[in-house]
Design a protein around this ligand. Structure first.
Ligand SMILES: Cc1cc2nc3c(=O)[nH]c(=O)nc-3n(C[C@H](O)[C@H](O)[C@H](O)COP(=O)(O)OP(=O)(O)OC[C@H]3O[C@@H](n4cnc5c(N)ncnc54)[C@H](O)[C@@H]3O)c2cc1C
Length: 335
């Protein structure tokens, strides 16, 4: 195992921010990981996955462990389900592809989300009405201090909207090494989103399977989200804010058409709508800006620093707070 000194993270974060790790190691197995954790003298350890949900604002002190533990293994199978255990360093979208190629159901709506499966439970990734919590069984993690192995079931993870215990009480305390998810053999497609329905109308064929929906989702996402390979970004920069009835009533006085998502005990407004209403869409400030097809996505035109992007995000936050009395919260982890 080779620990590198002053390793560039430029190609290891999708915002394409140019910072270094003081020390960096790429881990391929749990055995190597335990050995490193036992022998390291570094007090500060940062776990890196696909770098698609972080904004790096400085060089990282201490040791960066790049989790590359791979492998998709069928753990159990019944008439109705296939349960798989996946190494945390496996690309999430490869897992989705693997699943749809075998005509399994449950994660097709999460197609094309970048990053590794190991980070997926951290913010309970979600898109088009599905979240990883819907298929989640358990995960295995190692405590960075005690080196003890822990198993977390679904309720241990305290999943919420883009949230879990790993973003709160256990933030930066563990390294996730394996994830177990339960996929359905029965057709359980979730077609509730308008954009999906629209695409289905166009293709005009009735018996859709998970692979068809994967293709539709990929098409929709490619039309509205920038590809990090060409434009630095980390997807949605802010979460959709949860609001109360008074705030909604105030907004409705000026914008009666305000979109609202309601579920049993919460109301959410699309943060992108708020930002767009304040004319930030397509705005550019030196080397960073707001994507012109999606106001929730901040982009790096090339040489922006993490701090430049944070500064822009603060201006947007202030504006939304002043005009709508709503405090936006970052979805991206600012490091
Ligand atoms: C174009 C684009 C579109 C996106 N669309 C969506 C979307 O639709 N829905 C959505 O939910 N997200 C979306 N995202 C955000 C992102 O892809 C997900 O949050 C993804 O799960 C992050 O995975 P990662 O491996 O890149 O994590 P990283 O960015 O590497 O890490 C994120 C956090 O998790 C920690 N971490 C990573 N791996 C581990 C591990 N094994 N153990 C412990 N801690 C770990 C890191 O320390 C860091 O704090 C999008 C991003 C982009 C760039």
């Amino acid at each position: 195992m080779n620990i590198r000194n002053y390793h560039s993270l430029l190609d290891l974060n999708t915002f394409k921010v140019n910072v270094n790790a003081e020390f960096y190691i790429n881990i391929q197995s749990e055995k190597d990981l335990l050995e490193i954790l036992k022998n390291t003298s570094h007090k500060k350890i940062f776990i890196l996955g696909g770098g698609s949900n972080i904004l790096l604002t400085r060089n990282i002190k201490g040791l960066v462990i790049h989790n590359q533990i791979k492998g998709i293994k069928i753990k159990a199978e019944t008439n109705k389900h296939t349960i798989i255990e996946v190494g945390a360093g496996e690309l999430w979208d490869r897992v989705v592809e693997w699943s749809t190629e075998r005509n399994l159901y449950g994660i097709e709506n999460l197609s094309l989300i970048p990053g590794y499966i190991g980070a997926a439970p951290i913010q309970n990734i979600g898109a088009y009405g599905t979240e990883i919590k819907d298929v989640f069984q358990e995960l295995k993690a190692i405590n960075l201090q005690t080196k003890e192995i822990h198993i977390f079931n679904k309720s241990d993870c305290q999943f919420g909207y883009r949230d879990s215990i790993f973003k709160n009480k256990l933030k930066d305390k563990l390294i996730i090494t394996k994830i177990t998810i339960k996929l359905s053999k029965k057709n359980t497609l979730n077609l509730s989103y308008k954009a999906i329905k629209k695409e289905i109308e166009k293709i005009n064929h009735k018996q859709l399977n998970s692979k068809d929906i994967r293709e539709i989702i990929i098409k929709i996402r490619k039309q509205k989200l920038p590809d990090p390979q060409y434009i630095g970004n980390a997807g949605s920069f802010f979460k959709n804010p949860i609001i109360n009835q008074d705030t909604l009533n105030e907004i409705k006085k000026i914008h009666p058409d305000v979109p609202v998502f309601k579920n049993t005990n919460q109301m959410k407004i699309p943060a992108g709508w708020l930002i767009e209403k304040l004319n930030w869409k397509g705005y550019r400030e030196n080397n960073c800006g707001v994507y012109n097809k999606h106001s929730l996505v901040l982009i790096n035109y090339g040489n922006a620093s993490g701090k430049d992007i944070v500064n822009l995000s603060q201006k947007i936050k202030q504006d939304v707070n002043q005009k709508f009395n709503i405090k936006l919260e970052e979805e991206v982890s600012i490091i």
